[in-house]
Ligand binder design. Structure first.
Ligand SMILES: *[C@@H]1O[C@H](CO)[C@@H](O)[C@H](O)[C@H]1NC(C)=O
Length: 319
């Protein structure tokens, strides 16, 4: 009964978020649409549907035919694992296309409550395996993959931990993740939302409880799962983080977000583990500050940060 109620709420909020993103996209210049999509085929389960949305640089088809291989950014959208769609980050994709020569693949992972943890994590891993398997025909250089994500997607960018011992026939050895760009991720589900909200700088500016309860109960109905490192990477063992995360990690936190503290702690931890971490706190900004539905918002403020991130990404891809 409670799951049905969660689903009803999720369906309503998905529709509202859709409207919000339509308004968000109105701001000039309009962001690009994906050039094409691919649906990952799954033999075993016909209800499993994972669609990959491709944003491509100019002359992509021609250059693929000439044998060119593009670096890849695999992106995970936000929405508490419950809402949101792979086209929500099209302004981020536009910036990547403007500033780097990479292809952006935004993953339509399965959402909760229909598909609770670890469905989204599994879909992220399968997206990477699919891209590795089809790298030649898609013109991708999977030895240069960056992961990016926003909010819940920022969590998925960190928690997808490709298991190279998996029985898959794909040559995962060729797959190399060189960097992560994680924007205001949730990293620790063990801490209660009430506690995090109370500890935040501007509790009134944090996501309201009716949303965070919807997200957390939808994605992690089994409370034991909340301590899994694949849900809460902040709780992973040191060696697991050291081995599974790439050498370069970019982490962006918002000053008014209840996720600020766990983000900053995670940054210090990764630094101790020898990762090259670039952390940035976006001042006077609430969670998901870059996704405002106000068409008259200050998009330049967002683009400046996006462009800085993409400049670093370009350098990493060109190494
Ligand atoms: C991308 O480039 C276009 C054309 O130069 C520009 O109008 C747009 O603002 C750029 N977008 C971002 C996010 O940098």
């Amino acid at each position: 009964m409670y799951r049905t109620w969660l689903l009803v709420q999720a369906v309503v909020w998905r529709a509202l978020m859709r409207v919000g993103m339509l308004l968000h996209d109105l701001t000039s210049p309009r962001p690009p649409r994906p050039a094409f999509t691919r649906t990952i085929p799954f033999a075993s389960s016909c209800s499993r549907r994972v669609v990959l949305h491709f944003y491509c640089p100019p002359e992509y088809q021609k250059r693929v035919q000439e044998g060119h291989r593009f670096p890849v950014v695999v992106n995970f959208h936000g929405g508490g694992f419950t809402l949101g769609s792979p086209t929500d980050d099209s302004r981020w994709a536009m910036c990547i296309l403007n500033e780097t020569a990479a292809v952006v693949v935004s993953v339509g992972y399965r959402r909760a409550p229909e598909h609770p943890f670890p469905a989204a994590v599994d879909d992220g891993v399968d997206a990477l395996l699919y891209l590795a398997e089809h790298a030649a025909e898609l013109g991708l250089d999977v030895s240069r993959v960056a992961l990016s994500g926003f909010s819940a997607g920022g969590n998925l960018a960190v928690t997808r931990l490709v298991d190279s011992s998996s029985s898959s026939s794909v040559d995962v050895d060729s797959l190399r993740i060189v960097a992560i760009f994680s924007w205001y991720p949730i990293l620790d589900f063990e801490q209660s939302r009430d506690h995090r909200r109370a500890m935040s700088i501007m509790p009134d500016k944090t996501l309201p409880a009716f949303l965070t309860t919807l997200f957390d109960d939808s994605y992690l109905p089994d409370h034991q799962d909340r301590t899994s490192p694949f849900a809460s990477p902040a709780l992973a063992q040191d060696d697991m983080l050291a081995d599974s995360l790439p050498p370069e990690v970019f982490l962006y936190v918002c000053e008014w977000d209840m996720l600020l503290n766990e983000g900053q702690q995670f940054v210090r931890r990764l630094q101790r583990l020898g990762k090259k971490v670039r952390a940035m706190m976006i001042e006077k900004a609430p969670h998901a500050w870059d996704k405002s539905p106000n068409p008259f918002r200050d998009q330049d403020r967002v683009n400046v940060l996006y462009r800085d991130a993409c400049a670093d990404m370009k350098v990493i891809f060109e190494k």
